[in-house]
Ligand binder design. Structure first.
Ligand code: NAG
Ligand code: NAG
Ligand code: NAG
Length: 248
């Protein structure tokens, strides 16, 4: 019995990780490059584990010791809050993290960290500009848990997603002029990006207008260059006349 007590005492002193009852996991979803802070504090002595392996220890002297070199410059421990943070998140940082606090002997806190790329901005292109309706294709680079949808006034008109990450997602929609504005939205668990299709269908400069502007600009350029050349020829002649007069 005494031996047992001593053993448990040693466990406590050295903060050996005891598999206590599984505490519920908390999911943390973050974007590549950002910082994650695990919301479980270590006051004086404790550990941070990733997938069951120690990556950092806090000693009673308030010292952070990082044991895993991949976290050498990216792991921080705030001694006033007791919270661990990882900066500059990478895909490889995904995994199960556990904050163990030996000084309070409460059950470990377990976090499932998932790291996502930011979702790409969808692109819209018109397929058929037959007023008053216009067919618009919206597409976006696929990625993990990316969904592409057409929305109008908060209502989802159509949506798509695919496990094949190499093929872009795309959705065709017939939109009506004078309708409430449509938006094409790409979302993943860490964000969303929206585009409005009206511009490519009903607004903005039409292709003809762009051609016209380009033509006018070319013409102006031609006139300016011609004037400059004429001016140079004129100056050159004047100069010759002047030098001839001086020579006489
Ligand atoms: C620790 O956290 C506190 C409270 O959030 C903050 O004011 C302080 O700047 C942090 N210290 C460091 C070194 O990040
Ligand atoms: C949703 O989009 C798909 C693919 O573009 C199309 O086949 C389907 O008919 C659309 N559904 C609706 C309700 O518009
Ligand atoms: C897109 O993200 C913003 C916050 O960045 C959020 O307020 C909005 O509800 C999201 N929209 C959709 C359609 O998920």
């Amino acid at each position: 019995m005494r031996l047992m007590a001593v053993f448990l005492g040693l466990l406590w002193v050295f903060g050996v990780h005891v598999n206590s009852a599984q505490s519920p996991e908390m999911e943390l979803k973050c974007i590549v490059g950002e910082t994650v802070t695990f919301p479980a504090g270590v006051r004086r002595r404790g550990y941070l584990l990733k997938n069951g392996l120690d990556i950092a220890v806090i000693s009673p002297l308030h010292m952070l010791c990082i044991m895993d070199n991949t976290f050498r410059d990216r792991l921080q421990w705030n001694s006033s809050t007791g919270l661990f943070s990882i900066t500059g998140l990478k895909m490889e940082d995904e995994g199960e993290y556990e904050v163990q606090s030996s000084d309070r002997w409460h059950s470990p806190s377990v976090f499932q960290l998932t790291v996502y790329n930011p979702v790409s901005t969808p692109q819209v292109s018109s397929r058929n500009k037959m007023k008053p309706t216009c067919s618009v294709l919206c597409s976006v680079e696929n990625g993990r848990e990316v969904t592409l949808s057409w929305q109008r006034e908060g209502e989802t008109l159509n949506s798509t997603s695919s496990p094949d990450l190499n093929t872009p997602l795309s959705l065709l929609l017939k939109i009506e002029e004078n309708s409430a504005p449509y938006s094409c939205v790409a979302t993943n668990p860490v964000g969303n990006k929206t585009v409005r299709p009206e511009e490519v269908c009903f607004g903005g400069l039409s292709h003809d207008a762009v051609l016209y502007v380009v033509l006018v600009l070319r013409l102006v350029e031609f006139v300016l260059v011609t004037l400059a050349v004429l001016l140079l020829i004129h100056l050159y002649r004047e100069g010759r006349v002047l030098t001839q007069q001086q020579n006489e």
